[in-house]
Write a protein that binds this ligand. Sequence first.
Ligand SMILES: Cc1cc2nc3c(=O)[nH]c(=O)nc-3n(C[C@H](O)[C@H](O)[C@H](O)COP(=O)(O)OP(=O)(O)OC[C@H]3O[C@@H](n4cnc5c(N)ncnc54)[C@H](O)[C@@H]3O)c2cc1C
Length: 451
Amino acid sequence: MSLARGEPKFRIAIVGGGMGGLVLGLCLKKYAPDVHFDIYESAAELTEVGAGIGMSPRIWTIMKELGLDEELLTIAGMQDPQGAGIAFRILKGDEERLIDLVQFKQVHTFHRSILQKLLAKHLDMGDRIHFSKRLASYSEPSPTEPITLTFRDGTTATCDLVIGSDGVRSAVRRTMFNDLANDAQKSGEAEEAARLRTMVDPVFSGQVAYRGLAPASALSEELLQYVQGGPHVLVGKNRDVVIYPVSGGKFVNVLAVKHTPGAGPVYDGPWSEPTTVEVVAKVFEGWESKTLGLIKAVKEPFAWAMHTARQLPTYVKGRAALVGDAAHAMLPHQGAGVGQAFEDGYILAMILAHPSVAPANLPAALAVYDDVRRPFSQGVQQGSERNGMNYQLRRTGWENVSEEDSRAGRYPQELLGVLEEELTKQMGWAYEASILDERARVEERLVGLSA
Ligand SMILES: Cc1cc2nc3c(=O)[nH]c(=O)nc-3n(C[C@H](O)[C@H](O)[C@H](O)COP(=O)(O)OP(=O)(O)OC[C@H]3O[C@@H](n4cnc5c(N)ncnc54)[C@H](O)[C@@H]3O)c2cc1C
């Protein structure tokens, strides 16, 4: 991997052109102009299932760093001269009347496809984004030879560094953890090999999410007023609903989740499929009428059997790294999956851009990425699970409260106070810490990296 004059510092293959892959590409373009990268995407074109995304201040910082904040607000039809976002409220929503719990500040909400189009426009990849390229596996024969990517269509490509941003069912994660397991097996560690193989497949969470957009034009005056009150999270026994306006209020994003107690780790059936509002309304029967009204106004809802990645013991091996859902697919109960993918891309690009990082020390540089990003993102992953327990009233104290009891208000009222405290504590990370602190820590670590 010696460099000739004018050659890029190294060649990166980004596998997967979802939110994480696009932001990583944008960060590399801005911060690491001396590296070359290609994106390999399995779909025939960039598509995002129409739904919303909420951004907390940590992610908004990245949008600002990339210079995309104002344009995003403009095309989303939002005005936010202070850049402060809007508040969102958490309420108990499975009774006849809503019960206010807590309020959070500073969230920006967007239509996913608007955000994706903006990222793709600024990335302007031309012929360096390769569509209909589904990775089957990769191989890294030695520390100095190129990595070979093998695609399902039988073609191959080479690179110096492969980054898996290929989502919850990542092929990069599959290759990485099968290789790690094979290494453990060869060293006589059969138990460790078996443990590493369990990291390959995602796990069913027992939760199905119904999501889609309701056009504001179809809503009654009462529902419009309700939505204009800002984003709402409605909590209830074994169920929760998140609603917020997108596209300047033209649509309302509705994400309604049902938890099935005792569900196993394997889901039989399609992971995502179209459903009907009748099916969803039945699941939320007896909920407060405005929330139910919004559920019924959704056009073309989709059902998602939600899966998560296991807590991986590493995000890197040799010259391969995982970002986004490939590394830490999580439940949506902090609205944090996209943000964590953005943070991975931002920090990884900072590392690869650093002058002390060269082809010979890529594994050491990736180890810094793993050290910094894994504990944080896995903390968020676990927090999303815990917040789901808050949202679905499955925390300590609520065990013996049935769905009927919760709907009828038959539970110790002091549980609501405890819930308020837990919700406030849980979401603190998204509002207090800054991604720029992480960047500073990474830069300190890289100064001492030997070539
Ligand atoms: C129901 C639901 C609701 C959610 N709500 C929110 C929310 O409100 N806020 C939030 O922040 N997050 C939410 N998330 C999570 C969020 O969608 C993910 O965290 C985010 O999309 C992860 O981005 P990613 O780029 O890592 O993966 P993805 O967006 O999954 O992108 C992966 C890309 O890789 C491609 N690909 C897959 N396999 C291959 C392969 N073998 N070769 C090449 N390409 C491949 C795919 O086509 C895709 O383009 C939600 C998730 C679900 C399921």
